[in-house]
Design a protein around this ligand. Structure first.
Ligand SMILES: Cc1cc2nc3c(=O)[nH]c(=O)nc-3n(C[C@H](O)[C@H](O)[C@H](O)COP(=O)(O)OP(=O)(O)OC[C@H]3O[C@@H](n4cnc5c(N)ncnc54)[C@H](O)[C@@H]3O)c2cc1C
Length: 576
């Protein structure tokens, strides 16, 4: 079936990858790699995508989950980035992924009426103007202090001079990445997770075509990659005419696997977010407030808020960056400067950290000042790398790196068509939305369940519900109090390539960050459903669950280690 990543049939993908030389091998299954695979395959190329862990296991499941122009980049005069990002946002909201990317209003509180309103207002006029007149989100609006408090009673009223409201959009980043990878698979890309590139293969004199001779890892053209299957610990070679490295903060490391020196430096900047219940902050809209260093977002996330973020240099483990007690306190203190009822650590349900892959300039440039624009490089023939950028602009990053990779391709390659390619679940969406009530009746589930599924799978909802006809137990909630169905766990295995309990609880459903106990109470249930489909023994199920508990424990450490919070500052923040 097109676009199905069936974890039970992983060997087929493995076999296909090694069957013969590919046109393009993409390394890295974050949003950039998934985007590059989709871009390349939809130009008619033979494409493979390998990911060392799970799709979106890196930064692409740990972002602020905004699809936005980036108001603060406007202040940095990064007009090109903002313009491009706004266009991408609108394309995603209207055509490419209307089921996944949703407009969201943000309130920008003002504290210095005379100086701030004209300054922020002018910025928002430019923000709106860059988008053009055909727009899927409303123009910004001015609010009085009373109007602001009506929308966000949580704000401290003293010194509040008014507010602006503007629109951006939000997305479940891991789900979006998965959907892009599935769309690539639907067009013929071979997608394999838990497959790590351990070296880049190179022809010895630079003249050999892919697969012509026994390759080594020094010398000329890059001709493929040696790959370790993390599930079996076996290695194999994948030959490809072009290799594209999309490994985010690992980009320099992966390039060096082939003895190639990246011509730019990727700096890692850690960003932490806190997840809180909706009841902790009384507001009907998202909010953005200034901090001393940058901005703080309050982002509505279903029944929760996501609050963040931080921006600090990181040089530790790239795979699992950790939040510290200091990070947690920084966010709470910054939030409490504008909130009437201070937040405490007891309000925090979850905390997560991610690493921004920033393309570095001078070593002493603060990461908040580094550009979010991307850099494409072709350091040696056969190899292209891309780094930097934002989730929002992944389609442009993908287009640019594929353009660079195939610039000297032996046959003509079509131009990128991804601006016209709706992601899986977007085609036919209005008809499935209209059929929501009928689907609820046919599968005997509440209408709210179908509505929940529509925001996650779009037009593919009938595919998720279909097994309920054979197994009614799949209609039960995975965990009481959360909208996820047991059927979604089964679908994660049969259609979304989930191989481990962590893949489901951290990225297919988001219980890792949404539940106060990191989804641990659901781990055994997930292990049982997955085990039934993947043929796990009782021992393997227990091992999988234990592995998840260890993973969830390390994620929660920051909250335990946080020291006592100082009293909130007296005054709200005002712009510098
Ligand atoms: C805190 C924070 C907030 C952010 N908020 C936003 C936002 O709101 N909006 C926005 O537009 N952008 C945001 N960003 C930026 C955005 O999230 C990133 O630019 C984007 O996710 C990077 O995607 P990527 O695919 O390049 O990297 P990643 O998602 O990290 O993917 C790289 C992948 O490569 C894999 N890999 C590494 N080495 C190998 C190997 N040898 N073999 C195989 N696979 C390998 C990794 O496992 C990983 O999955 C934010 C970033 C952070 C950190």
């Amino acid at each position: 079936m097109p676009g199905v990543l069936d974890a039970r049939d992983r060997n087929t993908a493995l076999r296909k990858l090694t069957a013969g030389p590919l046109d393009v091998l993409v390394i890295g299954g974050g949003i950039t790699g998934a985007g590059a695979a989709l871009d390349a395959v939809s130009r008619g190329l033979r494409v493979g995508l390998i990911e060392g862990r799970d799709l979106a296991a890196g930064t692409s499941s740990r972002s602020s989950k905004l699809i936005h122009g980036g108001l603060r980049y406007l202040e940095q005069r990064d007009f090109k980035l903002v313009r491009e990002a706004l266009r991408e946002r609108d394309l995603l909201v209207t055509r490419l992924a209307p089921h996944l990317v949703k407009p969201v209003p943000f309130l920008y509180p003002l504290y210095r009426k005379v100086v701030e309103r004209p300054y922020v207002g002018a910025g928002l006029v430019i923000y709106d103007a860059m988008e053009g007149t055909k727009r899927p989100v409303p123009y910004h609006r001015h609010l009085s202090a009373r109007g602001a408090l009506r929308r966000a009673p949580a704000l401290r009223p003293e010194r509040l001079a008014g507010a602006m409201v503007y629109y951006d959009a939000q997305v479940d980043d891991a789900r979006h990445t998965l959907t892009v990878a599935r769309t690539a698979a639907a067009h013929g890309a071979i997608v394999l997770t838990r497959a790590t590139a351990t070296s880049l293969l190179r022809s010895d004199d630079g003249s050999a075509a892919a697969g012509e001779r026994a390759p080594d890892t020094t010398g000329g053209r890059v001709t493929g990659a040696r790959v370790r299957d993390e599930e079996t610990d076996r290695s194999f070679d994948v030959m490809a005419s072009r290799v594209i490295v999309c490994t985010g903060v690992w980009t320099d490391l992966v390039a060096s696997l082939g003895g190639v020196q990246a011509r730019y430096e990727v700096r890692m900047s850690k960003g932490v977010h806190l997840v809180m219940p909706r009841a902790a902050i009384d507001a009907e809209t998202g909010m953005i407030v200034r901090t001393e260093k940058s901005v703080l977002f309050f982002i509505p996330w279903g029944e929760r808020w996501i609050v963040g973020t931080t921006d600090t240099d990181w040089s530790g483990d790239r795979a699992e960056p950790t939040a510290t007690g200091e990070d947690v306190d920084y966010i709470l203190l910054a939030a409490n400067r504008v909130l009437a009822k201070p937040l405490t650590r007891a309000d925090v349900i979850g905390v997560y950290a991610g690493l921004r892959p920033l393309v570095a300039a001078a070593a002493d440039t603060p990461t908040t000042k580094l550009s979010r624009e991307h850099v494409v490089d072709v350091p040696v023939p056969g190899l292209a790398t891309v780094a930097g950028g934002k989730f929002t602009t992944y389609r442009l990053m993908a287009r640019d790196v594929v353009d660079a990779a195939v610039a000297d391709f032996p046959r003509p390659v079509a131009e990128s068509v991804t601006a016209q390619l709706p992601l899986l679940g977007a085609d036919g969406l209005p008809a499935v939305r209209a059929a929501a009530q009928r689907l609820a009746e046919d599968y005997d589930v509440p209408l709210t369940t179908v509505e929940h599924l529509l925001t996650r799978y779009g037009a593919l909802v009938p595919e998720v519900l279909e097994p309920l006809g054979r197994d009614r137990s799949l209609a039960r909630p995975l965990l009481d109090g959360y909208p996820y169905l047991r059927a979604e766990v089964a679908y994660a295995v049969t259609h979304e390539g989930a191989l481990h309990v962590e893949d489901v609880l951290a990225r297919r459903v988001r219980l890792l960050i949404e539940s106060p106990d990191a989804g641990v109470p659901a781990a055994a249930e997930v292990g049982a459903i997955m085990g039934g489909l993947l043929g796990w023994s009782r021992r393997r199920r227990a091992l999988e669950v234990r592995r998840y508990l260890e993973f969830a424990e390390s994620a929660a450490e920051a909250l335990q280690s946080a020291a006592d919070l100082p009293e909130p500052a007296d005054s709200v923040l005002v712009p510098a």
